[in-house]
Write a protein of this length. Structure first.
Length: 228
């Protein structure tokens, strides 16, 4: 069950937010994109894949298929060949084409700007939807990926492992205007310092907030291709 936001927890959360903002003032979405459709597709591709690899794939992908209408005409085999480096490319290719078809059929070729509509698209879960809302439309969205889930538990912001419950806990602790930036900052810290298997606790400037400091916590690696 999601935890209540007591005054003590709210104060601790704000201190964590301020410390992360000082550490990563320029934190941003690492997926290269120029419009909501590109961000949507790139985020789908980023499941179980690094942003660096996605950014190597998307230039040729968007040159060939620049918008939803063009993507609906994509040959499945050709699309799979382009996105193969991102892994799980069979499912991703099918979802991307189906997503583009839905955008053309139901949204006039435009990416919708609501969580409900986004999560109705093939291959799009809450994580992907919140990425698009926050970074394409400047609408508050609390993203929970593996980094954010891990750091949220290590910093005592939640005890949950289910991403939706983690999201609910974080939304109670932080004001909406902080959600998008907070997510980027947690991801930056997770990538640079608080590694899943070998966290560099000795050099971590967030250690004062961490109940698990010095503990090398091993997190399970998800293998499913459930929409994120």
């Amino acid at each position: 069950m999601p935890r209540s936001a007591t005054p003590t927890r709210l104060e601790a959360a704000q201190r964590i937010s301020l410390a992360l903002a000082k550490l990563y003032p320029d934190a941003h979405c690492a997926l290269v994109h120029t419009n909501p459709f590109q961000l949507l597709v790139a985020t789908i591709l980023s499941a179980q894949c690094t942003d660096k690899t996605v950014n190597k794939v998307t230039p040729s992908l968007f040159k060939q298929y620049p918008d939803p209408k063009a993507m609906t005409q994509a040959n499945l085999t050709d699309l799979e060949a382009i996105i193969k480096p991102t892994g799980f490319y069979h499912n991703k290719a099918k979802n991307i084409i189906a997503c583009a078809q839905t955008l053309v059929k139901e949204h006039h070729g435009k990416v919708p700007a609501s969580l409900e509509a986004l999560t109705q698209l093939p291959g799009v879960g809450r994580k992907t939807a919140n990425v698009v809302l926050g970074d394409a439309f400047n609408i508050p969205g609390m993203v929970v990926d593996t980094h954010i889930g891990r750091l949220s538990r290590r910093l005592g912001l939640t005890k949950q492992t289910d991403p939706v419950k983690v999201e609910q806990d974080l939304m109670k602790l932080f004001p909406p205007e902080e959600w998008t930036k907070l997510g980027h900052r947690l991801i930056f810290h997770g990538r640079q310092v608080c590694d899943a298997r070998k966290p560099r606790c000795g050099e971590c400037t967030m250690r004062e907030f961490c109940p698990k400091v010095g503990v090398k916590e091993r997190e399970p690696v998800a293998r499913s291709q459930k929409p994120e």
